[in-house]
Write a protein that binds this ligand. Structure first.
Ligand SMILES: NC(=O)c1ccc[n+]([C@@H]2O[C@H](COP(=O)([O-])OP(=O)(O)OC[C@H]3O[C@@H](n4cnc5c(N)ncnc54)[C@H](OP(=O)(O)O)[C@@H]3O)[C@@H](O)[C@H]2O)c1
Length: 256
């Protein structure tokens, strides 16, 4: 029997969202909290995550801020341990934090930039998923939502190694879906197009560049962080109980 509200209800669930102090992560964290989840808002800066958690609490939601640089293994461990200490477990993980220190051709990308991109964008989601696995398994299942990019589907100009990392995130998601489906742990990946955040500032701040990008979009506007929230809620919830290993583009039709 279908029940629309219950299908999307996250009451009793605990969610960790990395990179949630602003942009796409904040929007996803907020919709989870609104749906009844207890949400861990995480990014590198404690004051920034505290501010977001307080703003959620002011709306009557449950949230706690925990600082974590996802490139640091000890901080990833601390994030999961503290979450379990505070809320008793983890049901939903959004690997959203990412970095891109270079904008330019591959020949200008040095070893340290390559390593940093892979550490933050690929290794961190892998390690964090593994850290959450025992708790998800013991609670009867879970949902992992990895944030990739349309650059993970085909290379974005001047974002070469970032595109490589985001493509790896898609394959990591499929691997987890295949290996952990038996434990009722689902893994899905979202590929945003151009979304108006600090991260993508270089691509939209200049009006001429923005118009150039928008010209290629069937839905002729730049995306907003809230455009991602509905897909995230679906994937986190019981409504997506049979959905795993799937790739969702949210790009205004750019890749069509
Ligand atoms: N915006 C786009 O057009 C677009 C397109 C495709 C894909 N994406 C993907 O969407 C995701 C979110 O991006 P966004 O556009 O929402 O960016 P954003 O608004 O700039 O937010 C990035 C978030 O990540 C945090 N962060 C950065 N480095 C971190 C690290 N090493 N450890 C932990 N947290 C870190 C930032 O907070 P602190 O500074 O406090 O750490 C912030 O909360 C990324 O995976 C990005 O690749 C974005």
């Amino acid at each position: 029997m279908n029940n629309l509200k219950n299908k999307f209800d996250l009451k009793g669930k605990v969610a960790i969202v990395t990179g949630a102090s602003k942009g796409i992560g904040e929007s996803m964290a907020e919709i989870f909290a609104e749906a009844g989840a207890k949400v861990i808002v995480s990014s590198r800066k404690q004051d920034a995550v505290d501010e977001v958690a307080h703003s959620f609490k002011a709306k009557g939601y449950e949230a706690t801020g925990i600082a974590c640089h996802v490139g640091e293994m000890s901080q990833l461990k601390n994030l999961v341990e503290k979450t379990i200490e505070i809320y008793g477990g983890v049901d939903i993980l959004v690997n959203n934090a990412a970095t891109n220190p270079v904008f330019g051709p591959v020949l200008n990308t040095d070893e340290s930039a390559f390593d940093k991109i892979m550490q933050v964008n690929v290794k961190a989601p892998f390690e964090l998923a593994k850290l959450c696995y025992p708790s998800m398994k013991s609670r009867g299942g879970g949902s992992i939502i990895n944030i990739s990019s349309i650059g993970g589907l085909s290379p974005e100009p001047l974002l070469g190694i970032y595109s490589v990392s985001k493509s790896s995130v898609i394959m990591l998601t499929k691997v987890l879906a295949k290996e952990w489906g038996i434990d009722n742990i689902r893994a899905n990946v979202v590929c945003p197009g151009l979304i108006q955040t600090k991260f993508s500032e270089a691509l939209w701040k200049n009006e001429e560049m923005l118009q150039k990008s928008v010209k290629h979009l069937p839905i002729s506007r730049i995306g907003q962080p809230d455009d991602l929230a509905g897909v995230a809620l679906f994937l986190a919830s019981e409504a997506a109980a049979y959905v795993t290993g799937s790739v969702y583009t949210v790009d205004g039709g750019y890749t069509v």
